[in-house]
Design a protein around this ligand. Sequence first.
Ligand code: ADP
Ligand code: ZN
Length: 210
Amino acid sequence: MKIILLGAPGAGKGTQAEVISNHLGIPTISTGNCLREAVKNGTELGLKAKNDMDHGRLVPDEVVIGIIKERLAQDDCKNGYILDGFPRTVPQAEALTAMGVTIDKVIDIEVADETIEARLSGRRVCESCGASYHLAYKPSKVEGVCDACGGKLVIRKDDEPQTVRDRLQVYHKQTEPVKAYYEKLGKLYPVQGQEEVSDTSALVLKTLEA
Ligand code: ADP
Ligand code: ZN
């Protein structure tokens, strides 16, 4: 199964990707994590992407399309995958189609902007492994320490309030049109993401069966 997770930043795509990944035994490909990894390692790609990411702007299409092409060619993608954070523009969706990829379902997690702003302000991420936590909704066992690897939990630079508002604008302008692209193909499945994480997960799993 090939699945796309759509939704605003902070809609909970990463969390739901993990749920689906465990349920179906397929990997999650997160362009955000790939990019942050490249930034951390100081690669040429990372240097190119960092400025855009820190300011809440999208990284150029050709950069992320290149990342995805390379990643989907790897062995573990043979039996399907979940795309988290890609495509984020209509040209990216078109590129995916042009690669010959047939997506089974696009799950769109719907959350109001005000909820997003509240959620992102409490988000903490592990600087070592990228695992995501939330002060109120998904606290780590020990404050400031990653449950998975013991790494330090930090605030992402792009989770600062003004940057969050910028990212939401970018989302409405550049990513929302991707919904229409998949709706026309009959592949769009909206899911309410406003309530508890477990409620959303239940709806997501139901959507997979539909
Ligand atoms: P979130 O979903 O919380 O916004 P991500 O971790 O998916 O965060 O992405 C972080 C940043 O990485 C984005 O704000 C953007 O700068 C960049 N990025 C990730 N995926 C893409 C993409 N498909 N196209 C362009 N930029 C991307
Ligand atoms: Zn960690």
